[in-house]
Structure formats: C-alpha cells, structure tokens
Design a protein around this ligand. Sequence first.
Ligand SMILES: Cc1cc2nc3c(=O)[nH]c(=O)nc-3n(C[C@H](O)[C@H](O)[C@H](O)COP(=O)(O)O)c2cc1C
Length: 211
Amino acid sequence: MKVLSVVGSPRKDGNTAQVVEYLSNNLEGVDQDLIYLSDYELRPCLGCMRCVHTNRCVQQDGWDHIQSCLMEADVLILGFPTYYAFSLGFNAMTHVFLERWFALRHLGVRLKLKKIICVVSSGTSPEVAQKGLTDFFVNYHRLPAPEFLNVQTPIACMTCGVGDVCEMSGLALMAQDGIIYTPDMKPDLSKQPEIFEKAAQIAASISALRD
Ligand SMILES: Cc1cc2nc3c(=O)[nH]c(=O)nc-3n(C[C@H](O)[C@H](O)[C@H](O)COP(=O)(O)O)c2cc1C
C-alpha cells in the first residue's frame, strides 16, 4: 500500500510540515512518498483542454512526477495553510496543485485513493477550505470525503513583526472586540498535544489499511 503525503505550505519548517511529517513518520508497513510543493515548479492550468485526450498535461513542469505519485497512491495526506481563510480558503500553492488534477478527470481515469486526510493550518477559520475540499474530492473527483485534522496556528499579524502598530492588523480588529493580544496568546504546536495524539490515531488507521 502506498501513501502520498503532500506539504502545501511554502514554509518547510512550518506547522503544516511538522504535522504532515509526524503523520508520515508514524505510518507502519506502508510505502511512502513525501512531497513538498515548494520543491516543484508548478504552473496553473492553461485551460487548453489538451489533457482531455491524454490524461497528461502539456506543460513541462513538476506536475508529471506528482501525477505519477498520485496515481500510485492508496492514501493521500494533504497539509496546507489557510491564506485569506474566510474568502479564499487555502493558499495558492495548494490551489495550483489541485487545479492540475483536471488532467485526471477525463476518459474514465480513476485514482485509487481510498482515504484522504487534510491537515488544515489556520488561525481563524478552516471552514471555507473544508467545504471547498470536500466538494473537490467527492463531487469533482468521485473520491471519499476527506477527514480533517485542524491545527491552530498564528494569524499572520501575530508573527509579521508590526501587527501591534499596523492599522490593517487583525490584532487591531481583535482589540475592537475587546481582546487585547499578548504574545502568550499566540498559538503554538507545543501547546496542542491533542493534535499529535489525533495524528497518531490517524496514522494507525492508515497503517491498518495495508494488506
Ligand atoms: C498571505 C497570508 C495570508 C494569511 N491569511 C490568514 C487568514 O486569513 N487566516 C488565518 O488564520 N491565518 C492566515 N495566515 C496565517 C497562516 O495561515 C498560518 O498561520 C501559517 O501559515 C500556518 O502554516 P505554516 O506554519 O505551515 O506556514 C496567513 C498567512 C499568510 C502568509
């Protein structure tokens, strides 16, 4: 059985990578591929429709390798951060990765994924990303509904360095609601042991699928 893990955050040492790596390190008895999207040049879909006849994208970039890994996978673990969480859902790097799945929607090509886990790193709301991805996998690709592991991460204004003085800051918005931000309020993975407990359970449930 093969598990493909994908880190959709550009930050290779960030929260998303840590949780995806933990999941992947806790798998037992399975073959694995671990992909950091930031290692690949991945261009957006051209809308040219040429993949319709071949199930292959005409663009010469990192997609070909990723598609091959995807087609071999029985389980997908996809981690990503929410950028503009309430309006766009997940970040552009992850969006481009998923857009390129269009090559896999024609001529009866079928992915054999039987389990999909999404790690959602967000300081505000994972809901837009969750809804979009459930729709993507179930309705567009006729795959199982994803299971979500939500990770509480800092909003950008808690880490950018000027969040306390910037008038556009999310911290200023919090202050309007009467919440005065102090650094001890910054979400931190080390304060969320339950994430790793849940991740270990998910890893065990994936390992149990092996033949
Ligand atoms: C461009 C940008 C936009 C962001 N927008 C949001 C947001 O709307 N809501 C939120 O909770 N976090 C937002 N963040 C913060 C990230 O989602 C999150 O803290 C972080 O990137 C977690 O993943 P990582 O550590 O793997 O990078 C944003 C970050 C960036 C760089």
